[in-house]
Every structure is written in C-alpha cells, then in structure tokens.
Design a protein around this ligand. Sequence first.
Ligand SMILES: Cc1ncc(COP(=O)(O)O)c(C=O)c1O
Length: 384
Amino acid sequence: MICFMKPAFDQRIALALEERRQQGLNRQLTGLCGGNGSRFSAGEHAYLNFSSNDYLGLATDAELANAWKKGIDLLGNGSAASPLVTGFSSAHQALESRLCQWLGYSRAILFSSGFSANQAMLFALLQKGDLLLQDKLNHASLIEAGMLSPATMKRFKHNDVTHLKALIEPNALVVTEGVFSMDGDSAPLQAIEQCLPNSAWLAVDDAHGIGVLGEQGRGSCNQAGVKPQILVVTFGKAFGLSGAAILCDESTGDYLTQFARHHVYSTAMPPSLAYALTHAIDLIDTQQWRRDKLQELQACYHDQCASLEGYVETDSPIKPVLMGSSARALSVANALREQGFWLTAIRSPTVPVDGARLRITLTANHTVEHVTQLASALKRVLED
Ligand SMILES: Cc1ncc(COP(=O)(O)O)c(C=O)c1O
C-alpha cells in the first residue's frame, strides 16, 4: 500500500508559524534603502533610524569605505578558503596583530561573526564534567552553545555577584557580556573577577562595549580594569563592519587554531574586510570625538526622556523603554514609525514575555536635534 502521509515538517512549520502569529510575535524582514545611517528610507517613506548598533557612525563613514575599496584593489574579493588552507592573508595577520597590540593580548583569532566566535569558544573549551556559569541575560549564541555543550551549565541572576558566588566552583568557566545588548547596562566586571577562584576562567563578550567604552574605546574590560582570560569582540557594531575575534593567551590561541571548528572549517573573512577592520581600529583609537558626541547625545536623551514611563537609565548608547506586553511595544513602535522614527519593538523570545520594550540606540551620526525630535514623538505617543 502506498502511504501518502504528509511529512511531519509541513505540519510543524505551519503550527509554529500560526502560534507566532497568534501570540503577536511574528517577525518580518524589511528591505531598507540608502545605507544604515541616521536616516534611511523603506518603501516611499523616510525615517530617522534609532535601531542600529552602529554606535560610532562608522557603517557609513567615507574614509572607512575608501579603506575597504583600497583593500579590494590590493587583495581581491573573497578569501577563497578557510584560514588553515589559503584563506589567511597578510591583511588577516595585520588585523590580528593590531587587535593584540590595542587590547593587550598575545593572540587574536578571527571569525566571520560574533555568533560563531561565541559558539566556537564554548564548544572548543568545554568538556563533560565542566561547570559553565553564565549571566541569565547572555546573548542567544552563548546560552545556546552552553546548552548544547557537554558541560553542566548554570545561569546566575543578571549581574548578581552574590548568586554567582553561591554557584562558583574551582575550574568553572564564567561568561558574561560587558554591556548587555537588550538592557544597555554593564556587568560588574571587577566584582566578578574578584570572586573567582584562581583556577576559574572569565570570558567576556564585549560586543556592545568595544569601541564605545574605556580608553580610546578599548571596551568594558579596559574601563573596569579587568583582564579576562578570554575577550570576545565583534565588528558588526561600533566597528561599522562585520566579523569578530577571540583574544587570549598564546597557548589558548594555538588551541583554538586547532579546535575552534567555526574558525577551522569556515571560509575566512574577505582580506579586504580584514584590511578595513585594521583601519577601523585606527579610527576608533584616534577619533575620540565620536565617543564625546555619544556622551552629549546620551545626556540630552536623559534630560528629555528621564520622566517617561518605562525609561531606563544606562551608561551605554542602548536606551530601553520598557513597555510590558508585546502588543503595547508593537503598537508604540508602529505609531512612532508613522511619525517617521524607526525603532524596533523587542519581544519574546529575545526578552522575557512581560519584558517587551523599545530598544533605542544612539549613534555618533545623530544630532541633538534628532534626539529632541525623538523625545517629543515618544512623549506624544506614550501619553496618548
Ligand atoms: C552580546 C552579543 N554577542 C554576540 C552577538 C553576535 O554577533 P554577530 O552579529 O557578529 O554575529 C551579538 C549580536 O547581536 C550580541 O549582541
């Protein structure tokens, strides 16, 4: 007898999509035009962009674009292979050296994304019987890798060093973000470092702190005076480009070169990108005005928005406005969109079900006038 049973995948996909729709959690892509600067258009409408992670405004910087073009002229298009085959060029080598010199580590290992760097780090380091302690609000790439790894993973309450102390054991690996992506607050890095036994290791994912905090933008760890055994930096945010690196000591670097599967078995980033990233470090290092501008905008945002319901004080350019339900977050984001402001409603599962929010991000490309316009629109919409 021929069986015409539908594959279970069809049903699974249909059910999952329907559930998302019913919960009001469906997500959609929008094709934007005109680059990811402080203004862009979508369809026929123009928007002020308060959603990107381009904190220093480098994603549309002409000097950086020229460096990337020069990199293409000098080095061609793709890397054409994984790093251990022929994908590792003098430009990759120069980027690694510059990162090490800038951040004070012996080794830097490059990845095509922060997601893959985090996964590679945890999969390569952890074995059965290990204890992995992660901040509850760590990024999905870290939590997912921890769950899939053979180690025992426990999550400590967000930024709660007392809870971490209660869980800590010798030889544990403790992982935290430097600046939390959806909350904009900073980890208590000094207190975390101080509570670790000598045999435990600390890994910090500073995706949102690098470039923005610390001396010459060296990030959260530099600002806190802490040197974790592992530092992950990503290039898709303040660097205005994409990719990531793990910074570590000599032997960990050798180990990751052998065992970090996302490094070994994946095409290296284009050499022109590595060339541009080295240039981006020079810009971040020397152009303090970008961080000063952010400080000015943050002060302006605080002055004008601190009295709003849901306002959260942060020291970073990430400014959440708590909305509670997903429905409210969506309706406020849509109302703001109608007034020409592009803000993303962040909903479950990215944040807890009742923790939906607007995630406002400020960048060095914004002006005080932009922030003032946003503050007025927020007041109008929230007080409606
Ligand atoms: C804290 C954190 N780590 C890692 C990542 C992943 O980085 P990438 O976008 O380069 O994959 C992100 C991205 O949103 C992030 O917020």
